[in-house]
Design a binder for this molecule. Structure first.
Ligand code: NDP
Length: 254
């Protein structure tokens, strides 16, 4: 369907070298977009570019350290140099430090806030003029169930992910005039490296997730491919500032 076609579009995906980020990159590539994988781990970057290339996509990787304040600008520069334009930004790189608030150091707070929230702002700001030049754009930022709920072990992560929803609304309000739509996705419990660690650290997590999720399963990275294409394409041109749960129903019942 033409409304979902991303041929000729260029997408930057931060943390696009694995997990949810790679699945979204694969979805966007499948719809025709060229992909810039902005990732930290070089081996994972190479494997992601290889997988995207084997599937027929044009893809490159750019070294990306989210806590480096110039990372957004460097990534935008690299995307322009490689592909000449930027249409889509997926702010996906994210981290969590599982600690009670009273045990969280300020350095840990900043690590999480800078990786998840400040980097999202910096990347969006760096891409903005190029999206304007392209005649419009799409910013998709990854929040969490902790964009909505509290957690005694995740004050910094929850603050950063709640901030992503509010940042998304403000960017959407500011940039609608430029035909740039900004939306957030709120993953439920998804089976990735991030949560595999959590399952070891939190006994009983698997049982709690299964009991509360109406879909009766953990999410898979591939569950994000379709919604990424939708939010990156002209099919969603009148949708902006939203935060869409992708959670198998986790957030709709107590
Ligand atoms: P992964 O651990 O597979 O992916 C996290 C990605 O973020 C990796 O590519 C990692 O890079 C990157 N990253 C982390 N810190 C940095 C940094 N300082 N600089 C650059 N890149 C960094 O987990 P997911 O795929 O699950 O996570 C993707 C997003 O989804 C995150 O924002 C996460 O918070 C969010 N999310 C995930 C949920 C889940 O259940 N899995 C639930 C809610 C939200 P590298 O590997 O190269 O170090």
């Amino acid at each position: 369907m033409k409304a979902f076609d991303l041929s000729g579009k260029v997408a930057i995906v931060t943390g696009g070298n694995g997990g949810i980020g790679l699945a979204m990159a694969q979805g966007l590539a499948g719809a025709g977009a060229s992909i810039v994988v902005a990732g930290r781990n070089e081996q994972k970057n190479a494997a992601a570019v290889d997988a995207l290339g084997k599937a027929g996509a044009k893809a490159v990787s750019v070294p990306f350290e989210a806590t480096d304040e110039s990372a957004g600008r460097k990534t935008a520069d690299a995307a322009l140099q490689e592909f000449g334009r930027i249409d889509i930004l997926v702010n996906n790189a994210g981290t969590a430090i599982r600690k009670r608030p009273e045990d969280t150091s300020l350095a840990e707070w900043h690590q999480v806030m800078n990786t998840n929230l400040t980097s999202t702002f910096a990347c969006a700001q760096a891409c903005y003029p190029h999206m304007v030049k392209a005649g419009g754009g799409k910013v998709i930022s990854i929040g969490s169930m902790l964009s909505m709920f509290g957690s005694q072990f995740h004050a910094s992560y929850g603050a950063s992910k709640g901030g992503i929803v509010q940042l998304t609304r403000s960017l959407a309000a500011a940039w609608a005039k430029d035909n740039i739509q900004c939306n957030a996705l709120l993953p439920g419990w998804i089976d990735t490296e991030l949560t595999r660690r959590g399952r070891v650290e939190m006994p009983g997590l698997n049982e709690r997730v299964m009991a509360r999720t109406p879909a009766g399963r953990w999410g898979l990275p591939g569950d994000f491919a379709g919604i990424a294409v939708f939010l990156a394409s002209s099919a969603s041109n009148f949708i902006t500032g939203t935060a869409i749960p992708v959670d198998g129903g986790y957030s709709i019942q107590v």
